[in-house]
Design a protein. Structure first.
Length: 312
């Protein structure tokens, strides 16, 4: 089968298209013929030698990628049958091996793709959407609470806005001013231009803040957190003092890493099917353009998600 392997940590020239043996499946797994792949910042970080690279560097071959959608072609599972259309985040934060023509996937990491959703949309609604869902569920949001979503036009952010609205909350999203209308179109009640906002002078306080940036963004967040409120921060390594900073204003701070979870994928499938969430696909690339897709994501200007299709 075709696969893209990471030969060494570094630039996109280290992503090599090659032919390797098709994987064999174990009990409780299915073999998925991949139709679409979604890429995430963790893919780029790992390729460059950060992210999950230290954990995966001894894998041979090392194949990046976790978000896939496709068709089951072999099954060793009682939950899925051949020809089922499925999607999911495979084996995160382990070795997902998503950049491949065929992927062995645990039955506990995937869900049936809704019929009204394309393979591209399904792949896009995996890691980023799972992150948003798991963070919001961890916060135990209640209807009418106030929510602040940082980087609300990004992959995680644009799903978080939609899911938080589904929970009946009042949502404010941050981004640059050029993405204001996009964020409001997702259902956000208010928008903050992070480049021109005086956090220390804000009169509005929030019950829950989702931080997808880390660093000084946590300092900004603490200034607008209600007493007893919750901040959940995603970027590992940039949020080590989140608990202490939140506690300084009588709030709670948590770090969180998304985990593969088939039951949560089923929840996302239902939200997709009923139209409560919809991924925004920023750009689509072909499998042999994976380097271009990585370079685009590295620019840091992606609105929504980047998808890579296996076939043109």
């Amino acid at each position: 089968m075709k696969a893209i392997i990471l030969e060494n940590a570094g630039g996109t020239e280290n992503l090599k298209l090659t032919e390797i043996e098709k994987p064999t499946i174990k009990q409780g797994e299915v073999l998925v013929e991949v139709k679409s792949i979604s890429i995430n910042p963790i893919d780029v970080k790992t390729r460059s030698g950060k992210g999950a690279f230290q954990k995966l560097k001894d894998k041979n071959p090392l194949i990046l990628g976790w978000d896939i959608s496709g068709v089951v072609v072999e099954t060793n599972s009682s939950m899925f049958k051949v020809n089922d259309e499925v999607f999911g985040m495979i084996n995160f934060p382990g070795h997902g091996k998503g950049y491949a023509q065929f992927v062995a996937a645990s039955e506990n990491h995937i869900a049936l793709k809704p019929k009204n959703i394309s393979f591209e949309e399904a792949a896009a609604t995996s890691l980023a959407a799972l992150t948003a869902l798991q963070a919001i569920e961890k916060a135990e949001l209640k209807e009418s609470q106030s929510v602040l979503i940082h980087a609300a036009s990004g992959g995680v952010g644009h799903f978080a806005v939609q899911i938080a609205k589904y929970f009946g909350t009042s949502v404010t999203g941050t981004s640059s001013d050029k993405n204001r209308e996009f964020i409001l179109s997702l259902g956000a009640d208010q928008h903050i231009d992070y480049k021109n906002y005086e956090w220390g002078n804000s009169e509005e306080k929030f019950d829950f803040i989702l931080d997808t940036i880390g660093g000084e963004n946590i300092d900004h967040s603490v200034k607008v957190l209600k007493e007893g409120g919750i901040i959940i921060s995603i970027p590992s390594g940039l949020n080590d003092d989140i608990e202490e900073k939140a506690a300084s204003v009588k709030g709670k701070g948590f770090k969180m890493m998304v985990q593969s979870d088939g039951n949560d994928m089923k929840k996302l499938a239902q939200l997709l099917e009923k139209g409560f969430i919809k991924p925004h696909i920023y750009k689509v690339y072909h499998f042999d353009e994976m380097s271009n897709a990585h370079e685009e994501l590295e620019k840091g200007r992606t609105v929504g998600k980047i998808v890579v299709n296996f076939k043109k």
